[in-house]
Write a protein that binds this ligand. Structure first.
Ligand code: NDP
Ligand code: ZN
Length: 186
């Protein structure tokens, strides 16, 4: 019980940190939802759908966009949350100095080489993002761009398979549903 309580505190500490770091950011949906909603969504999906109860993985899911999208360094994550969490968050971080197209290509190329734990966080992230692209897409995205996003995410997910069948099945179900909905409404 004491251990469970300690893990809960660790996860809440990450949530507090992420909420501070993302406080001025919004998602691209028409309501401009607070950005932190996305990282909560990813951590919840990892826990509820993926059955994950490893506190470091849940912390890394909550922190997965801090280095990429806020003024946060890997050194700061390591200082506050330790090396294990830092390493997972770094695995989730794209190199923002590269052009967008190249970053997207590298996600496909790097996915098979990620650690088993990072692959599961990546799967949860892709589940949440395709759900958003299907049900609350960025403003002004034409149907074609939404379908292209689904295709790209599917290629990243190929490299993440074999580590969590519940997450993989969830992704496959939402992808199929999304393609059906988006092509029927075309
Ligand atoms: P982007 O990478 O520009 O945007 C998608 C990312 O935005 C997601 O991965 C997610 O990142 C974040 N995000 C924030 N809010 C939402 C939301 N409501 N729904 C979904 N995602 C959200 O998109 P593309 O994949 O389309 O970009 C690929 C490349 O194509 C880029 O270089 C882009 O400039 C270019 N492009 C393509 C066009 C097209 O029609 N295909 C048109 C114009 C440009 P996170 O997981 O980090 O939160
Ligand atoms: Zn994300």
């Amino acid at each position: 019980m004491a251990e469970e309580h300690a893990s809960l505190i660790e996860v809440l500490r990450a949530l507090h940190f992420a909420a501070q770091k993302h406080r001025d950011q919004r998602r691209k949906d028409p309501e401009a939802s607070p950005y932190v909603n996305h990282v909560i969504d990813v951590a919840e999906t990892l826990a509820r759908v993926g059955g994950v109860d490893d506190a470091s993985m849940l912390q890394a899911a909550i922190l997965h966009d801090t280095i990429e999208d806020t003024e946060t360094s890997a050194a700061e994550i390591e200082r506050v949350f330790g090396q294990e969490v830092q390493s997972l968050v770094t695995e989730m971080t794209d190199d923002k100095s590269l052009p967008k197209k190249e970053r997207k290509r590298l996600q496909i190329e790097h996915a098979p080489h990620l650690s088993l734990r990072a692959k599961q966080i990546k799967l949860a992230d892709k589940i949440c993002n395709i759900r958003d692209v299907i049900y609350s897409p960025p403003e002004n995205w034409p149907l074609e761009r939404r379908l292209e996003y689904l295709d790209w995410s599917e290629q990243v997910v190929v490299g993440c398979r074999g580590c969590n069948s519940a997450l993989e099945q969830c992704y496959d179900r939402i992808l199929a549903e999304g393609r059906r909905l988006l092509t029927t409404h075309a």
